[in-house]
Design a protein around this ligand. Structure first.
Ligand code: CP
Ligand code: NVA
Length: 296
């Protein structure tokens, strides 16, 4: 039984296969007559809608469940919720506060578990981001991405996904908000260059893409004021984009906060590929579910 809790649960070859299967022309009704449960302990626009439509695209029936309806680990143990949902569904996706809930679900090992975002990682976002870069660049290996701001769940998954595809990573995060050394080591062990600097201009210099995320992730609301102070110098501005390579792209998983982590002129400007990226959430989810269906 294969699960997808972090993007490097896939090998380099498997991630390439998932990217290939994300092509709409590859969709097949592998989930015909089957359900896919999608649990959301946190809000979502893109992930809920893109994953529901990915299931529909494979002939299946998505059932979205709000966290409070089932009380993962509260009304019932995480394992018992998983066993019950496995009676009705071919796969389970879940967006959770604590990543270890996903691990507990995967341990039940009755149906594939797909991470729809946890405090630790957002692997489907990373697949969509690489799909977007591949479509724009025509290939991935040998390119570079700069990450500006919080070493969030999205940053972690994008770094690991980049390492599987030969894309160098340049991270500029404020002190105390950097990616953990084991993740950096893991990425470097696959042969890519990973630069870590507190200086956004150094990270952006010559990069083929500039990426960012919100300064306050879901669940970190109590830290909002402190985080806004810490991240003030990490806004993606037109001036910062001008340091990147000619034709560099701007990526943001969304939702975006104009004037905080990114300026309006960048988000809405010609370098921005955020709507292609959002659409690709659906194609990437369909590719991943198609791949998972083929593993059984
Ligand atoms: N990018 C992303 O995961 O968006 P949502 O939180 O709206 O699902
Ligand atoms: N880092 C953000 C991503 C939102 C899609 C969060 O976890 O809220």
């Amino acid at each position: 039984m294969r699960h997808f809790l972090e993007v490097d649960d896939l090998s380099e070859v498997e991630l390439r296969d998932v990217l290939d299967l994300s092509d709409p022309a590859r969709a097949e009704p592998v989930l015909a007559g089957r359900g896919v449960a999608l649990i959301f302990e946190k809000p979502s626009n893109r992930t809920r809608n893109s994953t529901e439509m990915a299931v529909v695209g494979l002939g299946g029936h998505p059932v979205t469940i709000r966290g409070e309806e089932i009380g993962l680990g509260e009304r019932e143990t995480v394992e018992d919720v998983t066993r019950a949902l496995a009676c009705y569904h071919a796969m389970i996706g879940a967006r959770v506060f604590e990543h270890d809930k996903l691990e507990a679900m995967a341990k039940v090992d009755e149906v594939p578990i797909v991470n729809l975002l946890s405090d630790l990682s957002h692997p489907l976002q990373a697949v969509a981001d690489l799909l977007t870069l591949k479509q724009r660049w025509g290939g991935l290996a040998g390119h570079s991405v700069a990450w500006i701001g919080d070493a969030s769940n999205v940053a972690r998954s994008l770094t690991l996904a980049s390492s599987l595809c030969g894309v160098d990573v340049r991270l500029a995060c404020p002190p105390g908000h950097e990616l953990e050394p084991p993740v950096l080591d893991q990425a470097r062990s696959r042969g890519i260059e990973v630069v870590v600097t507190p200086d956004p201009e150094e990270a952006a210099a010559g990069a083929d893409a500039v990426c960012t995320d919100v300064w306050v992730s879901m669940g970190q609301e109590a830290e909002a004021a402190a985080r806004q102070d810490a991240f003030g110098a990490y806004r993606v501005t037109a001036e910062l984009m001008s340091r990147a390579a000619p034709g560099a792209l701007f990526l943001h998983c969304l939702p975006a906060h104009r004037g905080l982590e990114v300026d309006t002129e960048v988000l809405d400007g010609p370098a921005s590929v955020v709507w292609q990226e959002a659409e690709n959430r659906m194609h990437a989810a369909r590719g991943l579910l198609l791949w998972l269906a083929g593993q059984r």
